[in-house]
Design a protein around this ligand. Structure first.
Ligand code: 5RP
Length: 218
């Protein structure tokens, strides 16, 4: 199976967590896009979705799925999204698609985070994938200097402006054995909007696409 077929398998497997007559939290990226395709097959059974990006909103609306403003929803039963890396503690690096801030907000209002990944995303220690941080544009250089002090290498994601009008720094050469502590530390740098570490609020369920089928970890 190709990587995309594994992503499709977990995207469709996540449907079993969607309860009828609920509003579903929807992530961003190629795996989440498969989940949207799956969601479209039961669109008449759900009330709608809260979306983590303009790209996912567009796809949901093309299917005729109603997209709610996050401010109009108190809580969500589930949030389904991909990840760039996930470790065995269900902590993740996210933000490869630059949607990390909205993703973190939706994760925060969701009772369950269902992470859908192909097996290449499962790691012992987070950090091989460069850690994205969303930064207020005027703070870009300051935040980069602070990241250097942590012994890592921040690289500006040239040409990318987030849905919130900010920029992305990707932190390279940075293995993260202490993800909760590092999430707090980076969040505390002035000018950081969101760090793409989802450790404090990790996943509740992981669906991992493997060549021998979809594995579920809870
Ligand atoms: C977007 C994300 C995505 O979930 C992450 O980048 C994984 O993407 P894909 O499913 O395309 O591999 O965090 O900001």
């Amino acid at each position: 199976m190709t990587q995309d077929e594994l992503k499709k398998a977990v995207g469709f497997a996540a449907l079993k967590f969607v309860k009828p007559k609920t509003i579903v939290g929807v992530g961003t990226g190629s795996t989440a896009a498969h989940f949207i395709d799956a969601l479209a097959t039961i669109k008449n059974d759900i009330i709608g979705a809260v979306s983590s990006s303009e790209a996912s909103t567009k796809k949901l609306m093309e299917y005729g799925i109603r997209v709610f403003d996050c401010n109009d929803v108190d809580s969500l039963d589930i949030y389904v999204d991909g990840a760039d890396e996930i470790n065995h503690q269900m902590q993740m690096i996210k933000g490869g698609g630059a949607a990390l801030t909205r993703e973190k907000i939706i994760a925060a209002i969701s009772k369950k985070f269902v992470c859908i990944v192909d097996e290449s995303k499962v790691v012992e220690t987070l950090g091989n994938f460069p850690l994205p941080i969303e930064v207020i544009p005027m703070a870009r250089s300051y935040v980069a200097r602070e990241i250097f002090k942590l012994g890592a290498k921040p690289i500006y994601r040239d040409g990318v402006v987030t849905d919130n009008g900010n920029v992305i720094l990707d932190i390279h050469d940075f293995m993260i054995p202490n993800a909760i502590e590092m999430e707090h530390k980076i969040n505390n740098i002035a000018g950081v909007v969101t760090v793409g570490l989802f450790a404090n609020r990790g996943a509740n369920i992981a669906l991992i696409g493997t060549k021998s089928g979809v594995k579920e970890i809870a």
